[in-house]
Structures are given as C-alpha cells and as structure tokens.
Design a protein around this ligand. Structure first.
Ligand SMILES: [Zn+2]
Length: 170
C-alpha cells in the first residue's frame, strides 16, 4: 500500500497510539508525512486535501510556485494572475471531468444506457480541454504547474517512505 493512501486513515484517526499489530501506525504515517512536508510541501498539502482537508494551503503553495516560475521563464504575471492560474489548475485537476459525457468520452444517448459516438465536447478524452481554461500567454505556466502536481506527489510519497522506514522494526 502506498504511504500517502494510508494518510487518509491516519489523518482521521481519533487516537494516535501506535498499534503494534499494524506495520504503520497512524502516528508513524503522520510523522513521516510531516517530515516529508519540509521538502515537498505541495505533495503533502495535496494528500491532506485529498483526505478531505481544505484547498487553501494547496492554492497558496501553487500560487507561489507558479509566481516564482514566471520570473524564471521571464513570463511576467502578477501575483493575482498567479493565484488565478493556481486555482484553475487545481479545479481542472479536481473536477476536470467532461460534464456532457460524464467522463466516458462517448456521447450519451437520451433515455438509454448505451453510449453513442465520441463526445464532441472533449473529443473522446473524457476531460475538459486543459488549454482552453487559460489565456494563450499563461498556458506554458499552467501546464508546468499541472505537471508539478504529479511530480510532487510522487516525490512526497517516496520521501515519506524514506522517513518512515527507520521507524519500523523488521
Ligand atoms: Zn465529453
């Protein structure tokens, strides 16, 4: 099992007492995630959000990351625009499903459970087209920020594993 999947249970646990019959106690998982957050703040904030937490930490971290990035690639955006890009990328990540086809990629046929031809709204991808959410000059930054979501989650998971390993007795 992946450690950040266990985070969901751990975060909702009422007792943080270590359970000797499980490999990872909730306290161990939360401790490891806390240590990993020092280096992968976004990955851990995303894990917390996916476990039912708020979005504000995630938006704040994504905003500053994309704002910093804009200086590095010399694409001038304001801090407010950085916030808008962060919110839109996060919204697409969380609810990017194409509504007309319900994410199936096929057109729905009224009053039947069968599916028709390729959905015209999303071109059969089942997702709302990403690029169209952003102004042309912001697309490179938006795509970069979107890529960070997957990358930071993978890095945060690996880092949390490294932090938890010494806590386990084999
Ligand atoms: Zn569709």
């Amino acid at each position: 099992m992946k450690i950040l999947d266990r985070y969901n249970t751990a975060i909702h646990a009422t007792s943080l007492k270590s359970e000797s019959d499980t490999t990872w106690s909730d306290a161990d998982v939360l401790g490891a995630a806390g240590l990993a957050a020092q280096h992968e703040a976004l990955g851990i904030a995303l894990a917390r959000m996916l476990a039912g937490g708020g979005r504000s930490d995630v938006v704040q971290i994504m905003t500053s990351e994309v704002y910093e990035r804009s200086f590095r690639i010399k694409a001038r955006i304001t801090h407010i625009q950085a916030g808008d890009i962060a919110k839109a990328v996060l919204a697409w990540y969380s609810h990017g499903t194409c509504q007309p086809c319900g994410g199936t990629g096929f057109a729905r046929i009224k009053d039947t459970p069968s599916l028709g031809d390729e959905c015209k709204h999303c071109g059969g991808t089942g997702r709302i087209p990403f690029d169209q959410q952003f102004r042309h000059e912001h697309r490179e930054l938006a795509q970069w920020l979107h890529d960070q979501i997957g990358a930071t989650q993978a890095r945060a998971g690996r880092l949390a594993m490294e932090k938890i390993a010494p806590l386990l007795d084999f």
